[in-house]
Design a protein around this ligand. Structure first.
Ligand code: AKG
Ligand code: FE2
Length: 177
């Protein structure tokens, strides 16, 4: 909630709107184990994607790296900092902020020698919420860039597609219609 309040401030919207929208949301956790692979460049761990979340907190549990993020079309490894979580912006925050916060495309690959374990903690709005740009950010100079859809529908659509970069977010963009 503290993070969301700070983001509301940065977006210049009422923090109450942000908190009401996101409170009592859904939370889930995914633990992934990547067995060691002598030729990691030949296999895929988790294919490139952005998360269908507000925020994702990621713990690289046993200190073995393998997370990469995409920036300007290139992949960059994320160095593990001791006792720190990686905080990733998800697609729902990109949509809510009407593109101000950009979700991060990422992938994970196995390590050549060691097993790698990650735990991702996903923060999402409640089931009854709508995924769409915040009404306080929309005006004639700043029209909505994304469609508005019920959270249940959004999740259903996301998981019925193949994980493929930011294609689902692209599908949510109004200009793509
Ligand atoms: O294993 C990782 O570092 C990333 C996991 C991930 O991106 C996910 O579970 O959505
Ligand atoms: Fe992810």
């Amino acid at each position: 909630m503290k993070l969301l309040s700070l983001m509301a401030k940065a977006l210049e919207i009422d923090e109450k709107e942000m908190i009401e929208y996101f409170e009592d949301g859904m939370q889930s956790l995914r633990m992934t184990c990547y067995p060691p692979c002598p030729q990691p460049e030949l296999v895929t761990g988790i294919t490139p994607h952005s998360d269908p979340t507000i925020l994702t907190f990621l713990l690289q549990l046993n200190g073995v790296d393998g997370l990469h993020i995409s920036k300007d079309g290139c992949w960059f490894p994320v160095t593990i900092l001791p006792d720190a979580l990686v905080v990733n912006v998800g697609d729902i925050l990109e949509i809510f902020s009407n593109g101000v916060y950009r979700s991060i495309e990422h992938r994970a690959i196995p390590n050549a020698e060691k097993e790698r374990i990650s735990i991702a903690f996903f923060i999402k709005p409640k089931r009854e919420a709508y995924v769409g740009p915040s009404p306080s950010l929309i005006n004639p100079q700043n029209p909505p860039l994304y469609k508005r859809v019920g959270m249940e529908q959004y999740v259903k659509d996301f998981f019925s597609r193949k994980l493929n970069g930011k294609t689902y977010l692209q599908h949510m963009r109004i200009s793509d219609e």
